[in-house]
Design a protein around this ligand. Sequence first.
Ligand SMILES: Cc1cc2nc3c(=O)[nH]c(=O)nc-3n(C[C@H](O)[C@H](O)[C@H](O)COP(=O)(O)O)c2cc1C
Length: 173
Amino acid sequence: MEVFKAIRERKSVRSFDEKRDVPKEVVDKILEAACQAPTAGNIQPWRFWVIRNIQVKAGLATAAINQRFIAQAPIVIVVCSDLDISAEAYGERGRELYAIQDAACATENILLAAHSEGLGTCWVGAFYEEDVSRVLNLPSHVKPLAIVPVGYPSHPGTKPDRMPIKDVVEYVD
Ligand SMILES: Cc1cc2nc3c(=O)[nH]c(=O)nc-3n(C[C@H](O)[C@H](O)[C@H](O)COP(=O)(O)O)c2cc1C
């Protein structure tokens, strides 16, 4: 799919066809796209947890202030960053900023790649970090940054409008 088409069309999906699985090859393709994102100094501090386990998905939904649609998706990808890797390379700026930005870039690639494969996703950021870490048994230096349920949409849904470009851009000629 052409990149502008994918960017324009992608929208958050919060309702999934629970009976339709996502093949492993497609998940691998999405993860490959995630890992093509840029990272500061090409450090690649991102770590991905790919969850199919029903109990773990339910635990993540609970940790995400009970957003149950997370558990409905056949696959949930949790995008994390290893803060120590970023800090080792870039000190506090690495730990506090680059590690988060790097994971955000990967997350956007996941959303776009999934969309181009006909899948729906939603970037879920509202969650109790300690609860997600406990559910996934994450080491303390690995910070969960985004929960992304992935599945075939059960409803097309609508994309909310964006602000006009002129309201968000300052041109400096
Ligand atoms: C950092 C971040 C956190 C978000 N957290 C949630 C969330 O916890 N739950 C949810 O349903 N959507 C969440 N979203 C999705 C946004 O609500 C959605 O992207 C926005 O309303 C624009 O809609 P669209 O994705 O359909 O274009 C989040 C998006 C981002 C980028």
